[in-house]
Design a protein around this ligand. Structure first.
Ligand SMILES: C[S@@+](CC[C@H](N)C(=O)[O-])C[C@H]1O[C@@H](n2cnc3c(N)ncnc32)[C@H](O)[C@@H]1O
Length: 340
């Protein structure tokens, strides 16, 4: 999934920085799991995984990819693909997403928001309606509810008329918008471990788990994730409050992150590391950050060093230069703390 800070392309860098230490690690907590790419990687490597994120839509993905271990947990196997098949066959309905997030000229929205085609928005409405009917009449269990919701959420970015995030829609139509939405069967990762998904602020999460390694991948800058992915969040929580702004933002005050404020980030870093070391019993902390983030790398090293020895690996990659960013390289950092 296209997501700011998605670490799919950095999994090799993460493995390299852990090096031989990985042999002493049987459990991993991914405290800022986002798309779940890193949590999935450790689950595939047979670790016990605890994943977490403040975003609800990330929690939905975590339920399908991290907490779910086997197709048996969804109900009778032969019926499962039938649900996804039925979803794809539904006729669009003129519901909330059709009215508010497509240019449907509905009397309930004066903005003609051009995030989705009328047809795809109507198919999302129909899919959510059907999903909730199945849940109410007990045709599906809770695991299957999250599994189907994952299929719906993951299909949306492929047909969204945006430049990368939902901070704004495009005026003109991107070819993506013209494709028909297609709900796919999420890939189940099998595991014999009791992997768990959470939807908490990272500090609360860290108080709830016992683990060998904690992976920290917090936001690096002032862009709040809840506003940049508001449409996916809406689908996930099924918040049907009528948006008042042009972009269609919902009230996301309970999802604002302290990591996105220059005047709070140092304090939130030190409270997180303190809680991780003192409450989760971890032996290692691995933290991702980059050279354009709100925190200076020396501050991170200083904070971590109070709890043990720190190793810093960096990966250099070229950036597009402009007057705001005159430097031609960005560094992606991985800090590894071995707790003493
Ligand atoms: C850089 S992204 C993580 C990307 C993820 N590693 C991936 O590969 O997709 C940062 C994540 O931190 C989450 N986040 C921000 N503040 C948080 C907090 N206080 N507690 C938990 N999660 C938070 C955001 O919702 C976002 O998903």
């Amino acid at each position: 999934m296209r997501f700011i800070g998605n670490k799919t392309n950095l999994l090799g860098f993460i493995d390299k920085s852990l090096d031989k230490n990985i042999q002493n690690i049987t459990s991993v907590a991914d405290a800022f799991s986002g798309t779940t790419s890193v949590a999935q990687h450790f689950k595939k490597n047979r670790k016990l995984v605890f994943s977490n994120d403040l975003l609800n839509f990330s929690y939905v993905l975590q339920r399908a990819y991290i907490q779910l271990n086997d197709i048996d947990e969804l109900g009778p196997e032969r019926e499962i693909s039938d649900f996804i098949y039925k979803l794809n066959k539904l006729k669009p309905i003129d519901g909330f997403f059709y009215e508010q997030f497509s240019p449907s000229s509905s009397i309930n929205s004066k903005f003609n928001r051009n995030y989705l085609s009328e047809k795809n928005a109507g198919k999302i409405d129909a899919a959510l309606y059907k999903l909730n009917r199945w849940r109410k009449d007990n045709s599906i269990n809770e695991n299957l509810y999250f599994f189907i919701l994952t299929s719906i959420i993951e299909a949306i970015p492929y047909v969204s008329n945006i430049a990368g995030t939902y901070g704004a829609f495009l005026k003109n139509d991107d070819p993506r918008k013209l494709k028909e939405i297609n709900f796919l069967f999420p890939k189940i990762i099998s595991s014999s471990k009791k992997n768990m998904a959470y939807n908490l602020d990272s500090i609360e999460f860290l108080k709830n788990i016992k683990t060998d390694l904690i992976y920290f991948d917090p936001p690096y800058n002032s862009r709040q994730y809840a506003s940049n992915y508001h449409l996916l969040e809406r689908v996930s929580i099924q918040d049907y409050s009528i948006p008042e702004s042009k972009t269609g933002l919902h009230d996301y005050s309970n999802e604002k992150s302290d990591w996105c404020y220059k005047n709070k980030v140092e304090d939130v870093l030190s409270r997180n590391i303190y809680t991780a070391v003192n409450q989760s019993g971890c032996k290692f902390i691995l933290l991702s950050y980059n050279s354009e983030g709100l925190l200076d790398k020396d501050i991170i090293v200083e904070t971590l060093s109070s709890y043990g020895s720190v190793n810093l690996e960096q990966l250099e990659y070229p950036r597009f230069r402009n007057s705001k960013y005159p430097k031609s390289f960005i560094y992606e950092y991985l800090f590894l703390l071995k707790v003493k």
